[in-house]
Structure formats: structure tokens, C-alpha cells
Write a protein that binds this ligand. Structure first.
Ligand code: GCB
Length: 602
């Protein structure tokens, strides 16, 4: 059964509890690589209405109102009455986050209604999908007064088949976005980054033929470097459809046929030049079926582990990384453009990285594609963060859906080497069941990447640091967030501690760090100064050199200071987590140069 089918079942089981299952059947399977399809951008200025009490959704008895704001009624006679008006409401740029758009909305968490109008001429032999790159957090979509569907999760793409909803002439698209935090959401209500609300990535109509190439995967077959595994899933679940694949530079031209589920697969012998940070080679790939064609640029590489090593293309690699949030440099809002992606990635390159941990949720698609072209490996993560409600099935269904959307979107990116399923989660049976099922799903869906998650330390004694986590049995890479010198003791402790890690798997330090205010100087023992942070980096890197020679990679926390509503210390934090090695204004702190020097020697 495919994933959407599973959701239907879950939906039937849990629709009394929650609306996710009910509505998930409205989500269409994700169309892959929308940027290469026939598309009409709906980005631009959208009218918006802030609705803290959800008056546009519920009536005065708190029942869903069939006549809500999504009807966008026109007042055409004296008997018609309404208390909203999109025509005269203000406008906001989309993609955008409302928090940095308007001072009044900076800390707003709740519902905002958006309206965009567009002219359209339906074409009889096409299907039309409405695609959102991401919208945070719960999104309800209406077209011409009709409910189209709903999506939960703030960082992954989703689309609806709107062929039966669009009409000739003017169309009214109304979207309700609600970023209220919930304990039973993914992420939960408590997290250390800023809860930017809104339609934060591109919105578009995607036109495809009646039968089209839904998704495809062209990657080296696991365990080989000369066999390409090709999979193409057609939208029509029917046998006998032919799919043509061409990779001109490798002289590959082949036609394959679908099985009864609409899936066409083959294996092709080839000797591609392998993608690597030193040589991020991509090949033009074309897939054609009937009236549909899609082009991509795809790289080929192998990734595996051997004991404590990570092997890229069969060779041991040390991962020189940095963690990054999807927050724009200088402007400090959600990222909306490729230029803003590029600023962060250029900083990572300047630092000497061959790897970036895109924390704590999937970043935008262009970010991953740019990183791929620049030779940066990517750790990609879903926001299963801290205290998720492990025992609730609908929470699991939500996390699974976000995992599926992440993998579906980026499964052809050679630079994505890790699917990370969680960050710093509290141990327990319910958690183990939840996370091991996610790991199993990711592995079955994509065996060409490694699975990891950021774990917490579980020390053997004060001076003997360690990790003990049942999930180590389910991941390929054991990763740890270690904060000696910050949440645990002062920098001196870094000189004394030893590590004993009993797993025969690669160990990565997924986080370490400490806060510093750029331009604040003092003695190296004085916290919040650049000197303290620099010393923490010096001593941590020294510990890795001297006592952790087997570590396979690091991604210190974090490239840039980022907004977080948990960080309240006046004159120091002022709403920012200051663990950046670059400030929110772009100043490189001393720790930046310590890490840069160390990477040069690695
Ligand atoms: C962590 C979390 C990260 C926080 C960081 C911190 O371990 O994974 O999301 O921002 O610590 O600064 O405390």
C-alpha cells in the first residue's frame, strides 16, 4: 500500500480524534521537480486578514461555519451582511512571514486569512495542481468558495489536484494559515527557533497532462558504483505505459514499461563520474512519457559506513560541517530567495565546510540544490524535536507524512547523505517505537542514504562522556549534541573529559557551541564574550584531535545568530540565540576563524 493509502486507513481510524486523517486524502501525491513543469506563479501581493479568534472559520457557537471567510461573499444588497472584506484589506508579499513583515504581527501566533486572485483558462487535456513549497503550520485551502484541502507541517511541500475547482476567468484562492503552537504538533509547542508564520515558500499552479510522471528516482544502486537504478512512477496506476529515459552524456537511452501500479523500473550499466565535494558533477537527465517530459540535473555517488568510518564513493571522508537554520542573513526573517540561501552557503564555504546540517526541518528546495552545485553534503532533518507526543497515532502519522514529503522532494539530490529523524528526544518505549518505525520507513523508501538523529549524552561518569541510546541500533550514524563548556561546566572541563562510545558505528558531533555577543570582548573566562566562545571552540577541537580521533564529522551550533523566543536575556540575547559564529548582522566572531583554521588542517 502506498503512503497516501495508509493515510486513508489511518484517517478512518482516527478521524474522530483529529482531522488530519480526514483531510489527508485531499492531498495529492507530491509532484516531483515542479520547477521544471509548466507552472504559473501565484507569488506576489496577497490580501490578508488577521483573525485571532478564528471568526472566519467558526460561528458564534464555535461550530465550523459553512459560510466562513473562504466564501468571500460580495455584498450586493442591503440584506447581505458580512464583517470582513478582502478587497479593502491590506496586502503582504508571498512568499513571506508575517512576523517580519509587520511589527504588529511580530509575536503573533494564530490565524491569518490570505486571498489571491488569478485569471485562468482551463485546457481540456491538462490537469492542474495547486502547489505550496511550504506554509507554517496548518494550512486550509479554498478555491472559488470550495474547500480544497488541508495540510499540517510547516516545512515541506504539498499539492492538491484543483482541476475540478479552477474556472475560466477570475479565480479566488483563499488560504487560512494558523501557526498556533500545539503540544501534539510536529514540532511540539516548545522549540528553540522562531515560529515564523505564513506562506513561506513559493505558491504555484502546475499544469500537467492527464497522465504524467508523478515522481522519479535515478540514483546508483545501493552497493554499486556502475549500476543506475531508475524508477519512474506514473500518475495513472496502469500497466503498459512506456517511459523513456535519457542521459546524453552517459549515452543512455532506454524505454521501460510500467507495472500495474504505474511504476516503471530498470537498472542500467554506466560509469558516471562520481559526485563529491571536490567535483560536484551533475548529469542532465530527461524522462518522457506520452505528453509529459521532465528534466533534471542529477549526480551519482555512493555513501556507506564501515565500522566508525563514513565512506563517500568508497573513500573515508571527514565531515567538516556547520549547522544552519533557514533564517536570512542581515534581515533575520524566514528565507525567501536564492540569494539569501547563497549568502549562508557562501559563508559555509568560506569556513571550509564540505557539509552542512540543515537544522531542524527541511529547508527550501533551492537551498539543497545550490548546496549540491557548490559541493556541500547535506544532513536533512524533520522537526521531531524534544517532547513529541510519542504515544499518539495521529502525531506519528503527521511526522511520517513530513518525512515522506522530505524524501520525496529531495530523493535525487546527490548531496543529501543523511535523513535525520529526530533531535534530542527523551528516552522511552513509546519514543523508541515511534522513531524506529520512522527509521524503518525512511530506509525502505530510500536505501541510498544513511539514517541518523541527534542524540543526547548519557555519561558513564562526570569525566567519562558517553552515549547510550536504544536508537543507536536503528541508525547508521550515531550523532551527539555535546555541550561541555556551556550547559555542562566551563571550558576547563573540555581539557579533562574522556569519551567512551561503545557502538561500532560512525560517531558525529552534531552540535557543540556557546553563546557570544559579537563585539563584546573580555577575558576568556567571561561568558557571553567572543573570547569565551573562541576558547570553547579551541578546546573542543583539541579534545577531538587528542581524545576522539575516530569522530567522523562535526557540525557545530551554529553558523549565524538566530531568533528564538526562548532567549530573553536583555542586552545580550534580546530574542536571539547567540551561538552563531557569525552575528545576526554578518560579523564574523573569533570562533569563526578558529574553526576555519582547524578545517584547513583536516
Ligand atoms: C540544542 C538544540 C538546538 C538549540 C541548542 C541551544 O541542543 O538541538 O536546537 O538551539 O541546543 O542553543 O541550546
Amino acid at each position: 500500500m502506498n503512503l497516501k493509502g495508509k493515510f486513508l486507513l489511518l484517517g478512518i481510524l482516527f478521524c474522530n480524534l483529529w482531522s488530519f486523517g480526514q483531510t489527508s486524502k485531499e492531498l495529492a501525491p507530491l509532484i516531483q521537480n515542479v520547477y521544471d513543469r509548466q507552472r504559473i506563479s501565484l507569488n506576489g501581493y496577497w490580501n490578508y486578514t488577521v483573525d485571532p479568534l478564528e471568526t472566519g472559520y467558526y460561528d458564534y457557537r464555535r461550530r465550523p461555519n459553512p459560510d466562513g471567510f473562504f466564501k468571500d461573499h460580495q455584498v450586493d444588497n442591503i440584506n447581505t451582511y458580512k464583517e470582513y472584506d478582502f478587497d479593502t484589506s491590506p496586502v503582504m508579499p508571498i512568499p513571506g512571514d508575517w512576523n517580519t513583515f509587520s511589527d504588529n504581527l511580530f509575536l503573533y501566533e494564530g490565524t491569518v486569512w490570505f486571498r489571491q486572485q488569478f485569471l485562468y483558462t482551463p485546457k481540456s487535456d491538462n490537469k492542474v495542481y495547486l502547489y505550496f513549497g511550504a506554509s507554517n503550520y496548518e494550512t486550509r485551502v479554498y478555491l472559488n468558495g470550495e474547500r480544497v484541502g488541508m495540510h499540517e507541517g510547516g516545512y515541506t511541500p504539498f499539492n492538491f489536484d484543483v482541476t475540478d475547482f479552477v474556472k475560466s476567468g477570475n479565480n479566488k484562492l483563499i488560504v487560512k494559515v494558523d501557526n498556533k503552537r500545539r503540544a501534539d504538533a510536529v514540532p511540539t509547542n516548545n522549540f528553540d527557533w522562531f515560529n515564523y508564520g505564513g506562506i513561506t515558500r513559493d505558491v504555484m499552479l502546475v499544469e500537467v497532462p492527464q497522465t504524467f510522471i508523478q515522481s522519479y528516482k535515478v540514483q546508483l544502486k545501493k552497493g554499486t558504483s556502475n549500476i543506475l537504478e531508475v524508477k519512474a512512477q506514473m500518475s495513472e496506476k496502469m500497466a503498459g505505459q512506456s517511459v523513456y529515459i535519457e542521459i546524453p552524456e552517459l549515452k543512455i537511452k532506454q524505454t521501460i514499461t510500467t507495472d500495474a501500479s504505474g511504476l516503471a523500473t530498470t537498472e542500467v550499466k554506466a560509469n558516471p563520474a562520481l559526485w563529491s565535494p571536490q567535483s560536484p558533477k551533475l548529469y542532465a537527465v530527461k524522462i518522457v512519457s506520452g505528453k509529459d517530459a521532465v528534466n533534471d540535473e542529477i549526480g551519482f555517488r555512493t555513501i556507506e559506513t564501515r565500522g566508525r568510518e563514513i565512506l563517500l564513493n568508497g573513500k573515508s571522508i571527514f565531515l567538516k560541517g556547520i549547522s544552519i537554520h533557514e533564517e536570512a542573513a542581515f534581515r533575520n526573517g524566514r528565507i525567501f530567495s536564492e540569494d539569501e540561501d547563497l549568502t549562508l552557503l557562501n559563508w559555509a564555504k568560506e569556513l571550509g565546510c564540505n557539509y552542512v546540517r540543515l537544522a531542524h526541518y527541511p529547508h527550501n528546495e533551492q537551498m539543497v540544490r545550490l548546496a549540491e552545485k557548490m559541493g556541500l553534503l547535506v544532513w536533512s532533518e524533520i522537526p521531531v524535536y524534544w517532547t513529541i507526543h510519542w504515544e499518539k497515532d495521529y502525531v506519528y502519522a503527521n511526522a511520517l507524512n513530513q518525512l515522506d514529503e522530505m524524501i520525496e522532494r529531495d530523493q535525487n539530490r546527490a548531496n543529501v547523505f543523511v535523513w535525520s529523524i529526530a533531535n534530542e528526544t527523551p528516552h522511552g518505549d513509546a519514543r523508541d517505537k515511534f522513531l524506529s518505525s520512522l527509521a524503518k520507513y525512511a530506509r525502505e523508501k530510500d536505501d541510498t542514504r544513511l539514517i541518523s538523529m541527534a542524540m543526547e549524552r548519557n555519561d558513564k561518569s562526570k569525566e567519562v562522556l558517553s552515549i547510550k541510546d536504544n536508537m543507536s541500533n536503528y541508525v547508521d550514524i550515531v550523532s551527539v549534541n555535546q555541550y561541555v563548556g556551556w550547559y555542562d561546566g566551563t571550558n576547563e572541563k573540555l581539557d579533562r573529559v574522556r569519551w567512551e562510545v561503545d557502538y561500532d558505528k560512525p560517531l558525529m558531533i552534531s552540535e557543540f557551541g556557546g553563546e557570544a555577543v559579537a563585539g563584546y570582548h573580555g577575558d576568556a573566562s567571561q561568558i557571553w564574550t567572543e573570547e569565551y566562545q573562541a576558547e570553547l571552540y579551541r578546546k573542543t577541537l583539541n579534545m577531538v584531535d587528542e581524545r576522539m580521533g575516530y569522530v567522523a564529522g562535526i557540525s557545530p551550533w551554529i553558523l549565524k545568530d538566530f531568533r528564538s523566543s526562548r532567549r530573553l536575556l536583555p542586552n545580550i540575547q534580546d530574542g536571539f540565540n547567540r551561538k552563531g559564529i557569525i552575528s545576526d548582522r554578518g560579523d564574523r566572531k573569533q570562533a569563526f576563524f578558529i574553526l576555519q583554521e582547524w578545517f584547513k588542517k583536516k
